[in-house]
Design a protein around this ligand. Structure first.
Ligand code: 13P
Ligand code: SF4
Length: 349
């Protein structure tokens, strides 16, 4: 069994030998042992843009989760291969909307609202869902451009179907002035539209999905910090529940959280409601500030954490040996329509 420093040497060795033929994007939620090797680190929007812009790498080893690697495959050239170091690194939120459920929901919603709905999907979704959305003239969104994309969608149609994260959809629509009783939730299990008020007033249909990491931040966590450390600023990701966002001081994407803390003066205090690897890194990078997690018992995103140093080393060496088992390859028809949805976002991002 190789030890950590041997594994690190093996990873660096492949990187040195392959040079620009290899590109290694890393999401902010990745572990330190992995992110130290990333050529670029970023949130999902930045990594999608950088992958699309990369012209020279023949192998893109995505240190993130499955939907991010699929997005990179869709946006890169056919001769560029995208690899995911552990194929089990999925996203429970993306898995909450499957294509059969989505097509059924769409038919039911068209019956209720005729042709007045535009589908939007968070990039945290499968390529099949992005393809469905692209085919129906909709677009993808990320947490950093959700406001802009929802505003755009309302210039096209009267209503939106927002997949798969109900919280990002609700928080974004609420910020844009849409009252909560003008939002409904589509439950894919019971195949029912849940709403209060009048059907005619519904402007936003939220898919009943969530992030199993961010849903763990609660209003009790907020009250505890407010009681025990009243000077703390509370900053959360919009994948958190509406009531948690409402009680917080700031809410925004991964990039927004990082920038807000970078720009805060020394001595500032923040309780952060987002993924633990990122919170730990922010704590290390800002010794002049007092930073805690909004929920200290929080786990990191377990699927993101499946990408570790051993998997990275095995994946890189298998690429050098021309093996194909870590490749993520999206079917070409699915990719074509999914790219329509991604391009509509990238044109406005
Ligand atoms: P962003 O990188 O878009 O903020 O998304 C957060 C996330 O949950 C990634 O899986
Ligand atoms: Fe999916 Fe949530 Fe993990 Fe992001 S943090 S990959 S949304 S489960």
């Amino acid at each position: 069994q190789a030890n950590t420093s041997q594994l690190a040497e093996r990873v660096q060795g492949v990187k040195d030998r392959m040079g620009n033929r290899l590109y290694l994007p890393g999401h902010h939620y990745q572990k330190e042992e992995v992110i130290q090797f990333a050529d670029d680190r970023g949130d999902s929007l930045k990594l999608a843009q950088l992958s699309a812009a990369n012209q020279e790498a023949e192998a893109i080893v995505f240190c993130g989760v499955h939907f991010m690697a699929e997005t990179a495959d869709i946006l890169t050239k056919p001769n560029q291969k995208v690899y995911l170091p552990d194929l089990r690194a999925g996203c429970s939120m993306a898995d909450m909307a499957d294509i059969t459920q989505t097509e059924k929901a769409w038919d039911a919603l068209l019956n209720m609202f005729d042709d007045t709905i535009m589908p939007l999907t968070y990039v945290n979704s499968t390529a099949a869902i992005k393809s469905f959305v692209g085919k129906h003239e909709g677009a993808t969104v990320t947490s950093s451009n959700a406001h802009k994309m929802v505003e755009w969608a309302f210039t096209q149609k009267e209503r939106i179907l927002f997949l798969p994260d109900q919280h990002l959809g609700r928080n974004t629509a609420f910020d844009l002035g849409i009252p909560l009783d003008h939002m409904a939730v589509w439950d894919p299990i019971t195949e029912q539209l849940l709403y209060e008020g009048s059907l005619h007033d519904i402007k936003v249909i939220l898919w009943k999905g969530h992030c199993s990491v961010h849903e763990n931040f609660t209003i009790q966590n907020v009250h505890q910090v407010r009681n025990e450390q009243p000077d703390m600023n509370i900053i959360v990701h919009p994948e958190c529940r509406r009531e948690v966002v409402a009680l917080s001081d700031y809410a925004g994407s991964t990039n927004y959280i990082i920038k807000t803390i970078e720009q805060a003066p020394p001595g500032s205090a923040f309780a952060i409601g987002t993924e633990m690897n990122l919170v730990q890194r922010i704590i290390r990078e800002h010794p002049d500030k007092h930073i805690i997690s909004l929920n200290p018992n929080m786990c990191p995103c377990l699927t993101m954490n499946r990408i570790d140093l051993p998997h990275l080393a095995w994946c890189l060496e298998s690429i050098e040996h021309r093996e194909t088992h870590h490749i993520i390859s999206v079917d070409s028809t699915v990719a074509h329509n999914a790219k329509l949805a991604l391009d509509r976002m990238l044109a406005r991002a």
